[in-house]
Design a protein. Structure first.
Length: 253
């Protein structure tokens, strides 16, 4: 309820007080008649939801009023400081810097369209634009959850069509020349890392954060992947050195 009997020094004045809050903004005032208060409540609610309440004032409570304030609140819970999360935060900050740190109560699909045009003008590919939109969508979606309602209306996102891009892989001859060159230069540890990466298809971060206990017989257990899901890679492995945390000489089964 946003309509209350107006009081002064604890005494009812006979007027009505209206206070409407949505997202990071609010409007409030006093009216002589209850019917006028009801009409103001309806009108202000519509204005705040549509972003047309230009005379609204920011709320002073814990509700984040803007995109960047929402990012600060959401990021630790969404990504927990992961490498992927840090990159996503940078993308959202870029959007706010170049498109404006808009008030959440005034956020509409026009802001998303502006973001797409700005990214395109900056020379970003369709795939990169989608990555930026995905980061923003994650933050806004978190704020729009029923238990929060920091984002009054979730804007519509128009995802860009992506092509498959160029598929590139090392030929056996290229792999041999790469490994041979690294060993000739004395970079044995990097050579071992390349062997593991080529034969397993694991990402660099998955290999560099792996621990010895993740080697389970013919399997390399990956508990933290880019998708956030656990996975396993079938391998034949032998620990060959202590200089690298697990320095595996590996080939696919």
């Amino acid at each position: 309820m946003s309509i209350y009997p107006d009081k002064k020094n604890g005494v009812v004045t006979g007027r009505w007080r209206v206070e409407v809050q949505l997202g990071g903004l609010r409007k409030r005032g006093r009216f002589d008649a209850h019917k006028e208060a009801q009409e103001a409540e309806r009108k202000w609610t519509e204005e705040l939801a549509s972003g047309e309440a230009t005379d609204a004032t920011p709320r002073t409570d814990q509700t984040p009023p803007t995109v960047l304030r929402l990012l600060a609140k959401a990021a630790p819970l969404l990504w927990n400081g992961s490498e992927h999360g840090q990159l996503s935060e940078k993308k959202v900050r870029w959007i706010a810097e170049h498109c404006g740190d808009i008030l959440l109560a005034r956020l509409t699909t026009n802001y998303i369209d502006k973001t797409i045009l700005t990214l395109r003008t900056a020379g970003k590919s369709s795939a990169t634009i989608n990555r930026y939109l995905s980061a923003l969508h994650a933050v806004l979606g978190w704020g729009a959850k029923p238990g929060r309602r920091y984002v009054p209306i979730m804007p519509e996102f128009q995802w860009k069509d992506e092509d498959e891009g160029r598929i590139r892989y090392l030929t056996p001859d290229e792999e041999q020349r790469l490994i041979g060159t690294l060993r000739a230069l004395g970079f044995d540890e990097i050579a071992d890392l390349c062997i593991v990466a080529v034969d397993t298809g694991c990402r660099r971060s998955e290999l560099l954060t792996a621990q010895r206990h993740q080697l389970d017989g013919k399997w390399l257990r990956l508990w933290r992947t880019k998708t956030g899901k656990a996975g396993s890679v079938a391998v034949w492995a032998r620990i060959s050195s202590e200089t690298w945390a697990y320095r595996i000489v590996v080939c696919m089964t």
